[in-house]
Write a protein that binds this ligand. Structure first.
Ligand code: SAM
Length: 261
């Protein structure tokens, strides 16, 4: 058996029911599929059984790439690279469906990169991604809850997100120390236009810098106490960062961007 590399977040899925559940999340037949981190190819095999039109995989581990080439000759196109260094926006002629039991050490970095670089013509149809449960909980957290924060706000800006299921450590080899969750993301038809996503990052960074403090300080830092914006967005400065809805943050980022034009 392959020796798993901790540094590459290698926990291979071995539970047939979960593999089936992942591939039943969305239609695969005749679709173009991209898998991130195929590892030993367990999920890859299950996806191929559902007859995609074409399948690409991105795998960083050179040793696993040799295994994959032997196992799937001509059935998949292998990109032997670091997913964080690839610009997927120009890689495919058609929209792809993305699957990934992501390496947990860089899962939020991968998702952040995709969202920040997302143009209005999305390069993917949907994302079916596995995260550490604690991270998934933050992605889907609602406002007024303790897990709500920067990640929830960024991930829900252009994408709808649904939890499919939780997965326990016994479904993997080697067993991770934490539970996992499978999330399904698909593009929103309407979202607030923010030309430079770094403005949304900046606003959420400043607001959540002190998440237990009231909104007055971060608001004054970014908007110089502009009462017109407070009235327009109906913001009460005695509230705390977690009490503002997703939409309020997108509108704040929009206002912030306009102030700087
Ligand atoms: N998909 C397989 C499965 O479910 O059994 C393996 C999933 S394992 C959690 C994560 C995979 O991502 C590993 O194969 C690892 O080598 C690969 N990986 C880690 N970092 C990567 C990176 N920066 N770019 C591409 N692949 C990476």
């Amino acid at each position: 058996m392959i020796k798993a590399k901790k540094s590459l977040g290698q926990n291979f899925l071995i539970d047939k029911n979960i593999l089936e559940k992942i591939t039943n999340t969305t239609d695969i037949q005749d679709k173009i599929i991209l898998e991130i981190g195929p590892g030993t190819g367990n999920l890859t095999s299950n996806i191929l059984k559902k007859k995609p039109k074409k399948m690409y995989v991105i795998e960083k581990d050179n040793k696993l790439v040799i295994e994959l080439e032997n196992k799937f000759t001509n059935q998949i196109s292998i990109i032997n690279d670091d997913v964080l260094k690839i610009d997927e926006t120009n890689l495919f002629n058609n929209k792809v469906k993305v699957f990934g039991n992501l390496p947990y050490n860089i899962s939020t970095e991968i998702l952040n990169k995709w969202i920040i670089n997302l143009k209005d013509n999305f390069w993917f149809e949907c994302l079916v991604l596995m995260f550490q449960k604690e991270v998934a909980d933050r992605i889907i957290a609602k406002f007024n809850t303790s897990k709500y924060g920067r990640l929830s706000i960024l991930c829900n800006w252009k994408l709808n997100v649904k939890k499919i299921c939780d997965i326990n450590p016994n479904s993997f080899y080697p067993k991770p120390k934490v539970d996992s969750s499978l999330l399904f993301f698909y593009p929103k038809k309407n979202f607030i236009k923010i030309n430079n996503p770094y403005n949304l990052e900046k606003v959420t960074r400043v607001f959540f810098n002190q998440r237990r403090k009231m909104l007055k300080k971060p608001f004054n830092q970014l908007f110089n106490g502009d009462k017109r914006i407070l009235d327009k967005l109906k913001i009460d400065l005695n509230l705390r960062p977690q009490n503002l809805s997703l939409d309020t943050y997108y509108r704040l980022a929009y206002e912030y961007e306009n102030l700087r034009c």
